[in-house]
Design a protein around this ligand. Sequence first.
Ligand code: C5P
Length: 281
Amino acid sequence: MSSETAYAKINLALHVRRRRSDGYHDLESLFAFARDGDVVSLDVPRGEGVTLSISGPFSAGLDAGEGNLVVRAARGLADAFGIEAAVALRLEKNLPVAAGIGGGSADAAAAIRLLARHWMIDLDDRRVAALAGQLGADVPACVASQTLRGDARGDVLTGVEGADALSGMPLLLVNPRIPLGTGEVFARWDGVDRGALAGGDALAAAISGRNDLEDPAIMLVPEIGDVLDFIGSLSGVVLARMSGSGATCFALFESEAALMIGAAMVGAAMPDAWVCATALR
Ligand code: C5P
């Protein structure tokens, strides 16, 4: 059985610059990815069409039907390349849902990588990029799952300096287990352009940057503020911030030892939170 990890997406910085007329916002973001995530696997051949079964700690209440982004990605890829799809897919949902770390977008992207391999489709084919962009603004970044800068809706991607130096950096993810809808958070953005994301070295740009969705997300879920205060005060933290539209917050640590101590302290102080000690890939 072949499988792909749907790596958790982190926005090291997320600058919201303006509202657009299509319901989206123009952004400048630094995407990075954790080594951990959901897992999308393939059993073939089995049955007809595309089927999906979902398991794992965050599978409860998820729709495995037509509306699921994994099913839409599989159907969309088959249609774009004239392939008769007969695939049974499995999704192991390890990441919290509606959490600002990719979720459905990373799952769709993992399904695209998995099925492109299976059907011998070149991931650089422009039909793959077109499908990814249609599935969601973050899906193109999640297909790459590398440290990248995203402009426009977050889907115009360019490489960044210093991306290799970030690989392996100890990373803590903390989610207060309160789901937050992306559209809802963007709708509360105050419309103030707080300025551009810096160019140059990725870590320096991230540290000097912001997540403009923190304040609107904290308005909806005040617990995010508590998580940020707590993880920002841990020793050895290089950067602590909310990811995407929240509610997941992350901290980058200077050492593995500092990460382990930090994770234990968060676990003790916030026993109900979801905590994942991992690293940037
Ligand atoms: O593209 P996706 O379906 O993941 O986006 C979810 C929602 O997030 C959009 O409907 C929109 O409300 C908001 N969004 C936005 N600007 C972006 C990305 C997402 O307003 N650049």
